[in-house]
Design a protein around this ligand. Sequence first.
Ligand code: MSP
Length: 526
Amino acid sequence: MSKGTFYITTPIYYPSDKLHIGHTYCTVATDAMARYKRMQGFDVMFLTGTDEHGQKIEEKAAAKGVTPKQFVDDIIEGKGGILDLWKLMNISNDRFIRTTDAYHELSVQRIFKKLYEQDDIYKGSYKGLYCTPCESFWTESQLKDGKCPDCGREVKYAEEEAYFFRLSKYTQKILDLYEKQPDFLEPVSRVNEMVNNFLKPGLDDLCVSRTTFTWGVPVDFDPGHVVYVWIDALSNYLTALGYLNEEYHDVEKYWPADVHFVGKEIVRFHAIIWPALLMALGMPLPKKVYGHGWLLLDGGKMSKSVGNVVDPVILAGRYGVDALRYFLLREFPFGSDGNFSNELLITRINTDLANDLGNLVSRTVAMALKYFGGTLPTDQIGDSGDDELSTMANNLRSQYAAQMEKYAFQNALTEIFRVTSRANKYIDEMAPWVLAKDDSQMPRLACVMYNLLETIRICAVLLKPFMPETSEKIFSQIGAGGETTTWESAAAFGALPKDVTVKKGDVIFPRIDMAKELEILAEQMK
Ligand code: MSP
């Protein structure tokens, strides 16, 4: 039975370059959350997609001698493109929206017109310092030494006819929102940033159309204007459900969104502009916006233009998709920035996945095979004399859930690995190889094996959102399947039948030779 709906989104990505591991980070986090909620029995809608309009794409396409649509099609659907990357990373999105989809464009035009007709959008002129070669307006504070921050050339005062959204009207309403719904925006540090940097000084009206490029949704009642970025991009969260279009009919079912995951630099758009637009449209607001941190490389944000990007395809190819997914969510607290390095990745795989989890599974399965031929004897289950491990495993699901509900993926995984470490210690303390030498100790030995298998089972269920394929491999080795792999079954110790049969399998995470790998990676990532 469904526990209700859960609507979660990633930002829609710019298909201007190949995506890097920073983009993968947010999508993997969203995927883990979506899988977690599905496992709990929620009817989940997980949306991701691409944000395809704008001057940058138009220029890149022109430089390549193709149309903008051909350009984005290639980056999205071409070999090694965005869709391939999400497939590789095992992303379980329910829907994929492209802002060039006809139904989305139609909705955007309808939204724009509605806002115009009710006077939330008005025609004015965009005034500022203009860089002619870059076709960009800049404010005084954005200039570098008085010149264009992009190309370094002179700027001059200019005016351009444009439409504006009356964002200034919403300053107090957004402040009230943060007051009334203190968990609307998390982590809390982002709220302070919004209030101090943008709301307290007062919001300016927002330019929402341009006439200097054509690759965008046309304003249907004023040819020459195209809808500028944010109305087009943000509304994807609604149009993908069928808002003001006939493609889908899910607005009532899934809106308001339960959470929008977004990177910290676009929090402003999601926590100020988006709620203001929704207020203007008379729509309920999302329950939460979560602004996650960045993956940094050598202290700086990864970016294709800087040239410091890490390719997730290479890493997933060498260490497996699950190891990469695990690393991303285990290593860095979701709300803060984190410094990526190949050393960190390999260390994490070796310590947690190969030594801790992998060893636990292979030792346990090997001992169950050696001492009982693979099937535990029901008539001989005794007491191991230690209930600390089973108590920990029993409590694990609720501790894990408490962290997952806060989007604290790192802590949720730490909870699981505290239990796997304890289980490894339990093996050393119980010394099954000693028990096995004494016939009278067989009931105790059987109990030790059962406790280990049960502990592994519960851990593997809770790891499913993070490492779906690994959990399946573990289930098959420890003789779990069907009902013993469900969320419900992880609530309490003892779901595996007492006469469970294990099966030898491959090592789930082979140990990596750090020095050798670092050399190979350096070579491949050149
Ligand atoms: N198209 C806009 C989003 C519109 S949402 C209505 C956009 N696209 S983007 O491709 O530039 O970025 C998409 C997401 O990837 C953003 O949330 C951004 O923060 C995230 N990341 C890009 N580089 C990143 C890192 N290095 N680390 C973590 N996340 C990063 O913005």
